[in-house]
Write a protein that binds this ligand. Structure first.
Ligand SMILES: O=C(O)C1=C[C@@H](OP(=O)(O)O)[C@@H](O)[C@H](O)C1
Ligand SMILES: C=C(OP(=O)(O)O)C(=O)O
Length: 455
């Protein structure tokens, strides 16, 4: 096999049957001929979907989840639960999950998490908490490079037996469960909030009360708040310490529930950014900015700072773009870093440079996002200065572009495609990568008037 074909097949390994456009080498995006005006309704949040699926699988009785996201990340999460013997029936965007009360029916098997950080970091605790069982867990090449050791070390201290198949502290590994001891365990917050969420989700099934002590500041801490909220919805109430430095969970069992998931705010952001970039307007139904627990909602505040008007209604958010976006500021991305790439794309068209900071951890996401976005913007002739924890993007006129690389990262592809709202012929390789969270992303861009062509 040629080197290129080999790297293509590695990239595509984590694409699921819910993925689209994997037969396409590239997509080209060009501006709409008319103003971008539209209303959009999006599928459920990836983060809520995978939390709800795992909690429902751990619960006693049958749960129903409506508004499920059908994407690669949720597909692999469901696939793992099915391999564990949990019945998950998906019809349209609804799933019925037959909870197994924390005892997985299949005590052995191979679980494949694809490229999903949520599945990789949320499932090991749920496995370790079971009374017995031996499972191997593997993921995409990139997932095997992403950090997970602090979580697995904590599980080892609490009683799990973990043997690494390749590199110490990484996927793939074999986990032997013997139940989770209670007591105190320390997890770092700087690399990923998902370690804390992963242990929290399993914590009610520990033998005794479990206290998770948090070392350092937590990146994207609102995702931990989201975990606590969903645990409560399923009848378990964790107790965060007043100083926010630890969370205690007493032994309990999740109760089956019927819930409807909120749309994916991270995906909404690309469409709000589209309105911002084109002086158009995009209304998204099914989001309540006042009550959402999804951290990327912060984009709306920054869009206002950039000159947009934002209508935050009951159950909808509409963004109206200005004539010219304002730049000339620094913004901390620490708590909503999935939108760093969206900010970088918008900054190209602002009236002054924008510096995004406090996001060093995104170097360990689907790709090294800081290095990747700088290198792709430079291909357009845009000045992008790379910093250890972020980047500064200077406004410019993007040159007719050489093909851009999506780095097998859905957010790289979605953010770079926004430049196509302003510049003719933005060509991005491997459009299928958006299936990690939004398989129909380019169809939605096209429905809003952008010209989208595949090759
Ligand atoms: O818990 C979650 O659902 C998520 C947490 C964040 O990850 P990190 O805390 O690892 O940065 C975020 O980037 C990811 O898209 C979803
Ligand atoms: C970092 C992300 O995903 P994951 O859940 O794989 O960490 C993301 O969606 O931007």
């Amino acid at each position: 096999m040629r080197e290129e074909e080999h790297s293509d097949s590695l990239r595509r390994e984590a694409r699921s049957p819910w993925s689209t456009h994997n037969d396409k080498a590239a997509v080209t995006v060009s501006p709409s001929k008319t103003a971008v005006h539209g209303t959009v309704r999006l599928a459920g949040s990836k983060s809520l979907t995978n939390r709800a699926l795992i909690i429902a699988a751990l619960a006693e009785g049958e749960s129903r989840i409506d508004g499920l996201l059908r994407s690669d990340d949720s597909y692999w999460c469901i696939d793992c639960l099915t391999s564990l013997g949990v019945r998950v029936d998906v019809v349209g965007d609804s799933a019925r999950v037959a909870g197994c009360g924390g005892r997985w029916p299949n005590r052995t098997g191979r679980l494949y998490v694809g490229a999903a950080g949520t599945a990789a970091r949320f499932l090991p605790g749920a496995l370790a908490a079971a009374g017995s069982g031996v499972w191997t867990m593997a993921g995409s090449k990139r997932m095997s490079e992403r950090p997970i050791a602090p979580l697995l070390d904590a599980l080892t201290k609490l009683g799990a037996g973990i043997a690494y198949a390749q590199d110490e502290g990484s996927l793939p590994f074999t986990l032997e469960a013997g139940g989770l001891q209670g007591g105190a365990v320390v997890l770092p917050g700087a690399e990923s909030s998902q370690f804390i969420s992963g242990l929290l989700l399993a914590a009610p099934y520990a033998k005794e009360a479990l206290e998770i002590r948090i070392d350092g500041d937590v990146v994207q801490r609102d995702y931990v708040v989201m975990t606590l909220g969903l645990m409560e919805e399923f009848g378990v109430k964790p107790q965060p310490a007043e100083d926010g430095r630890s969370i205690t969970v007493r032994p309990a069992k999740y109760e089956a529930r019927s819930i409807r998931l909120e749309s994916d705010v991270s995906t909404c952001c690309y469409f709000w950014a589209l309105a911002a970039l084109t002086g158009g307007r995009v209304r998204i139904e099914g989001i309540d900015a006042a009550s959402t627990r999804q951290p990327d909602i912060e984009l709306l505040n920054v869009l206002e700072r950039m000159g947009c008007t934002v209508d935050r209604g009951a159950g909808h958010v509409e963004v109206f773009g200005p004539k010219r976006l304002k730049g000339g500021f620094e913004v901390s991305m620490g708590s909503w870093s999935d939108q760093t790439l969206t900010m970088a794309a918008m900054a190209v068209f602002a009236d002054g440079p924008v510096t995004m900071k406090d996001a060093a951890h995104i170097r360990h996401h689907e790709c090294d996002r800081i290095a990747a976005v700088c290198s792709e913007l430079r291909k357009f002739g845009i000045r992008a200065d790379e910093h250890e924890d972020g980047l500064t993007v200077y406004p410019g006129r993007p040159l007719p572009s050489v093909p851009l690389d999506s780095h097998d990262d859905h957010r790289m592809a979605m953010a770079l495609s926004l430049i196509g709202a302003r510049v003719d012929g933005v060509r991005i390789a491997d459009p299928g990568c958006v299936s990690k969270t939004c398989p129909d992303f380019f169809e939605r861009m096209s429905a809003l008037g952008l010209q989208v062509d595949y090759e």
